[in-house]
Design a protein around this ligand. Structure first.
Ligand code: MRU
Length: 321
């Protein structure tokens, strides 16, 4: 299966997530500017995939010569919330004194590591889900896209679905459409269709109703930055889902690699939340859905307090341990 982001013949190659689900195509990125643009447009997105993008951005900068540290800093700042981006940049940049080949070798190791760690985190989480939920087969609900498209390969929250499906434990998946950029409807639904798993897309504001009707056994989400105390920044709407899940007594499970945990941040209140263009809310596929000049509140992420998280699982086990 093609990786979401890879290094081929001297270029970064990504699956163009702006084009899915209509068109499956790859983009070749040869400069730091092209990579930053792809990150900003969400052609490459999802916290673990951004970690790989950060590392490969340093490779592009190092091969171009010039002010590598400054270029790397620009990559790290392309999006502020997912800590994986600056983590990936820092890890690759640390190899610069050993030369460009060492930077590339580190980045390639990080790509391999991504799939290994996410497979393990989601395997551990699948066992937790089976312990938490008595019903078989399971009806799962997920938000945004935390699948192979959000990682180099495999996925985190959707990785749990792949493990559960292999064991015959999945009835179906409810996929929050994930306004405003529709990562659920466009990307998660595409991945589930590809895997042949039954799913239904629902408007984000129908999730609580689905829970109240007894249609959800477990909520599974990924994360963009996890504070030391277990507070979780993830796609906008995750916090509301966690509140609804707690109200209905439904397990709310977060799955992420250790690279998403930011031990320098004690609690979620200090996590920087990306604010995106009002046009993403006031327009749908380029068509205005609000009066001309309407402003919008468009935070890309929210913070779910640790107290609402039933289990937060990384490749090393539950967090906080
Ligand atoms: O804005 P996005 O699409 O990059 O947001 C992605 C998410 O919020 C994902 O849930 C998160 O990165 C985890 S992906 C394994």
């Amino acid at each position: 299966m093609q990786r979401t982001i890879d290094w081929m013949d001297g270029s970064v190659v990504i699956i163009d997530q702006c084009a899915l689900p209509g068109t499956y195509r790859t983009l070749r990125l040869d400069t730091v500017d092209e990579l930053i643009d792809a990150i900003a447009r969400l052609a490459i997105r999802g916290a673990p995939a951004l970690g790989a993008a950060g590392a490969l951005g340093v490779v592009l900068a190092a091969r171009a010569g010039g002010a590598v540290s400054e270029e790397a800093a620009r990559v790290a700042k392309a999006r502020p919330t997912a800590v994986n981006l600056s983590w990936g940049v820092a890890r690759a940049l640390a190899k610069l004194p050993e030369g460009v080949d060492a930077v590339l070798a580190e980045a390639l190791e990080m790509l391999d590591e991504d799939e290994r760690t996410n497979r393990e985190a989601s395997r551990l989480a699948s066992e937790v889900v089976l312990d938490l939920c008595g019903r078989r087969p399971l009806r799962l609900l997920t938000h945004c896209n935390a699948g192979r498209l959000a990682t180099v390969g495999w996925g985190t929250a959707l990785g749990v679905v792949w493990h559960l499906q292999a064991g015959g434990f999945v009835d179906s998946v409810l996929v929050d459409e994930t306004r405003p950029l529709l990562q659920g409807a466009r990307l998660t639904a595409w991945e589930l269709a590809e895997a042949g798993i039954p799913y239904r897309v629902l408007p984000d504001n129908a999730a609580a109703a689905a829970m109240s009707r007894g249609l959800v056994d477990c909520v599974l989400v990924g994360a963009d930055r996890i504070a030391a105390n277990g507070d979780v920044a993830n796609k906008i709407g995750t916090y509301g889902l966690a509140i609804a899940a707690r109200h209905h007594g439904i397990p709310f499970v977060v799955v992420a690699p250790q690279s998403t945990v930011d031990y320098s941040i004690p609690g979620g209140g200090s996590i920087v939340i990306e604010e995106r263009s009002p046009a993403e809310v006031t327009h749908l596929a380029g068509v205005a859905i609000a009066p001309p000049g309407a402003d919008a509140f468009n935070p890309a992420f929210d913070v779910t307090p640790a107290s609402l998280v039933t289990a937060l699982i990384t490749e090393t086990g539950p967090h906080p341990a």
